[in-house]
Design a protein around this ligand. Structure first.
Ligand SMILES: [Zn+2]
Length: 175
């Protein structure tokens, strides 16, 4: 169950599904500098956790823009289960995995908060998008390659500590 919050444990959906991925990646076109966002064509790339035996039911989204390659405009973590789903045993997980928030370990930009707002609008106003994220998660987990791991080399990611809730600067519950 332990979920290593290491960047390398999150794999882009499009890497595992190179044809479907780009087709089903949510984009947002901003035609003018309207105050909230600079003009541009933004994409919400999905990353899912590749940890074996992990059912974290969450997605990480990195927001990129066509004309600014290499720049990450926001890193959003989103867990779709309500906090009540989590038991005492997974209390620590529930503290960080429910709702959408800016990931404290990922790169952000000066517009990150606006992108978080936009993402929350999308998942609350567009149920099809939320269902798509869940479907992508299920597909990703079903396509998980079985890695051979020796009993002599335990995986350090399994014991990785997750950040404490108070370290999360921007965390919001789903309304
Ligand atoms: Zn996971």
């Amino acid at each position: 169950m332990a979920h290593g919050k290491k960047a390398w444990a999150m794999i882009p959906f499009a890497k595992r599904f190179p044809e479907l991925g780009p087709r089903e990646t949510r984009t947002a076109f901003v035609p003018d500098d309207d105050g909230d966002f600079p003009r541009g064509k933004y994409a919400f790339l999905e990353l899912y956790c590749e940890e074996e035996d992990c059912d974290c039911r969450r997605v990480m989204l990195t927001v990129i823009e066509e004309s600014t390659p290499g720049k990450i405009w926001a890193t959003i973590s989103f867990g779709w289960d309500p906090p009540e789903w989590f038991t005492d045993e997974t209390e620590d997980l529930g503290a960080t995995a429910s709702g959408a928030f800016l990931d404290p370990l990922g790169p952000q930009s000066e517009h990150a908060t606006e992108f978080l707002d936009l993402f929350e609008q999308m998942i609350t106003q567009d149920p099809a998008y939320l269902e798509r994220l869940k479907r992508h998660y299920a597909m990703f987990k079903a396509a998980q390659p079985t890695r051979k791991r020796s009993w002599e080399t335990p995986d350090p990611a399994r014991r990785a500590k997750r950040p404490k809730p108070e370290l999360l600067k921007k965390r919001r519950k789903l309304r």
